[in-house]
Design a protein around this ligand. Sequence first.
Ligand SMILES: [Zn+2]
Length: 317
Amino acid sequence: MHTDLVAALDIGGTKIAGALVDRQGRILVRAQRPTPAREGGETVMRAVDAVLDELTASPLWQRAGAVGIGSAGPVDATAGTVSPVNVPGWRDYPLVSRVRTAAGGLPVELIGDGVAIAAAEHWQGAARGHDNALCMVVSTGVGGGLVLGGRLHPGPTGNAGHIGHISVDLDGDLCPCGSRGCVERIASGPNIARRALDNGWRPGPDGDTSAAAVAAAARAGDPVAVASFERAARALAAGIAATATLVEIDIAVIGGGVGKAGEVLFAPLRQALTEYATLSFVHRLAVTPAQMGTDAGLVGAAAAALARSADAAVAAV
Ligand SMILES: [Zn+2]
């Protein structure tokens, strides 16, 4: 059988997306269901099965050689299980074996959603051509993934690059993860908005208190809104500088809703990086907005499945 395609699943707290993807990263067939995130584990799995049923019904399914899954984390790629924070019905849920069964026994590759984004940006987006990159998603949470030595670096459990839970403020606020002063606790969209409100910023007549509304206020010159983005930028810069100093990345790519804020985020971020990334080998570190759109999770999951297929082909020689 000619298996030149892979199946991809992007599993998040709001939607479960699936696709058949070719070796150029083009999406040929897609399916999607809302995530019944507050339901029991088996109900959530039925939504995954419905997506897979649509894919396997396609005549192109015969050309699929592997399945890649990018899932909200934490994931455990070694055990083949997932425990997404925002899907309480899944704790150590055996997603890999369930998907393998539904997919007729195809090999299944599981990575965290941040790692999937990194795979997508490295394959087709802002990190293309960079052998050492950190790709981040800054939105409701802060996630990320690493490319090292030209290859995706998921780590043993598929969670490596989880920059949102690096502490950048030793005595800072408690984070839901149990640590203190995490990047996410300072730089996520809800925390940018919370800090602006705490310091006296007030929304416009529409009552919008999202980070996007704070970004709009910052662009209009509101000093409290500007300060909240500057604080987020410093937290991101400290985390990025630490990563660059540890593993010598040369580019950091920032996506997600907060990443779309533009220069109200990127200008103070680049300034703060000059303070935190000080050693000679991290001086040329670039920071740039993500290029991949809403399909990044699917494309990244496909990239991981293709990489696994390539490794298997090499091992078989
Ligand atoms: Zn944390």
